[in-house]
Design a protein around this ligand. Structure first.
Ligand code: SAM
Ligand code: SF4
Length: 369
């Protein structure tokens, strides 16, 4: 087991600091879930939530340093620590056998992963309902997008936090422009991918005057724009409650310009709230209120990091290292058991704002959003 906190360096944190690979042992395995759960054949946690959505962080590397995610001095894992494409697929096959229907590739920046195309092709050969990828949109060429579409990628989610060129480099600390990302969004549409989603992290005093402009963009380009409340997952640890712009504030800012209609208000399993434009215009607005209205009771996700740490929760302070099993001849059944045991330990929720809340040692780029 890899426990976090108390300032102690865990084996996986050692990797984050670019030190020699530690000796990983069986102690990094999860405790055994009840036999009855193994007999069920699904990925169910002790709170009866069932996992259908697997998020693979295929690299911790990124060409941006977004202010709410990474710091310029952050170090990357050594290459030998990263899972190979075939190791990811071994995990995916076990997860599919246990009922996973959707895989999202993320990172770090997944378009930097050297064999991304072969991972997408392999996923396309599996029986999945949805294969998605989250990207900062800096590196999308038409031929690549067309290849991904042909291989089975369903859609892309882009991250874009401002529509003002003068703010872009201050937020992302990169040379990519707003125009570059908007171009990538067009490329995705031209490749025939499903309607793109755009993630906007709502940040106090940074972009809160732009929410209605993003709504205009949703209407003009038929996009699904999703505002995410800023979460304490930044490696610079600058998160403060006062920097969070709440769901209520986002919706108020948009409705000052465009009336919205809440879609499916009664769905208790939704992790975000979706709104249509009341006048029937194309596009959609979503809000992911992870901080002010957590949706932990509806969570159906499991995450695996670039070096094989299985994380039952975005905010886990405990994670399980599947890499030794992958590299020491673990069978399909062994991997399935490991996933079932890991999911059984999923915490009931996060406690952001509570006195005992402990920010995970990993930032979002090392977890996979
Ligand atoms: N690099 C890709 C990108 O930015 O789209 C994929 C990885 S990124 C970690 C995935 C998502 O996490 C992005 O949409 C990003 O905006 C979001 N994110 C990162 N740090 C966050 C934070 N502290 N709070 C809320 N969302 C965050
Ligand atoms: Fe990189 Fe994505 Fe994090 Fe921005 S949000 S630093 S693009 S991983």
């Amino acid at each position: 087991m890899v426990r976090r906190g108390c300032g102690a360096l865990t084996p996986i944190m050692g990797l984050l600091m670019d030190r020699p690979l530690p000796q990983l042992d069986a102690a990094t395995s999860p405790p055994t879930a009840p036999d009855a759960q193994h007999a069920r054949g699904d990925l169910r946690d002790s709170q009866d939530r069932v996992i259908h959505d697997l998020r693979l962080s295929i690299t911790d590397r990124c060409n941006f340093r977004c202010i709410y995610c990474m710091e310029p001095g952050d170090r990357f894992l050594p290459k030998r620590a990263l899972l190979s494409a075939s190791e990811y697929m071994t995990i995916v096959d076990a997860a599919i056998a246990l009922g996973v229907r959707k895989v999202r590739l993320t990172g770090g920046e997944p378009t930097l992963y050297p064999v991304l195309d072969s991972i997408i092709s392999e996923l396309g050969r599996r029986n999945l309902d949805d294969i998605a990828m989250t990207t900062n949109g800096s590196l999308l060429e038409p031929a690549r997008a067309a290849r991904w579409k042909a291989a089975g990628l369903t859609r892309l989610t882009f991250s874009l936090d401002t529509l003002r060129e003068d703010r872009m480099s201050a937020i992302t600390r990169s040379k990519t422009t707003v125009a570059d990302v908007l171009h990538s969004i067009n490329v995705a549409a031209e490749a025939g991918l499903a309607r793109s989603k755009v993630n906007v992290v709502a940040l106090r005093d940074v972009n809160e005057d732009e929410f209605a402009d993003f709504a205009d963009l949703a209407r003009e380009r038929d996009l699904d724009i999703r505002f995410i409340e800023f979460m304490p997952l930044d490696s610079g640890r600058s998160w403060k409650p006062g920097r969070v712009v709440s769901e209520t504030e986002v919706i108020e800012a948009i409705t000052a310009r465009h009336a919205l209609q809440l879609r499916d208000p009664m769905n208790p399993h939704s992790t975000s709230r979706h709104y249509d434009f009341a006048d029937g215009a194309p596009g959609r607005i979503g809000v992911i209120p992870s901080v002010t209205r957590p949706f932990c009771g509806a969570c159906n996700r499991l995450r695996v990091t670039a070096e094989g740490a299985v994380r039952p929760c975005l905010f886990s302070n405990t994670e399980w290292d599947i890499r030794p099993l992958l590299r020491n001849g673990g069978t399909h059944e062994d991997i399935m058991r490991f996933l079932v045991d890991s999911v059984w330990t999923k915490q009931s929720g996060h406690s952001i704002g509570a006195e005992d809340f402990q920010q995970p040692d990993r930032g979002m780029s090392a977890i996979g959003g």
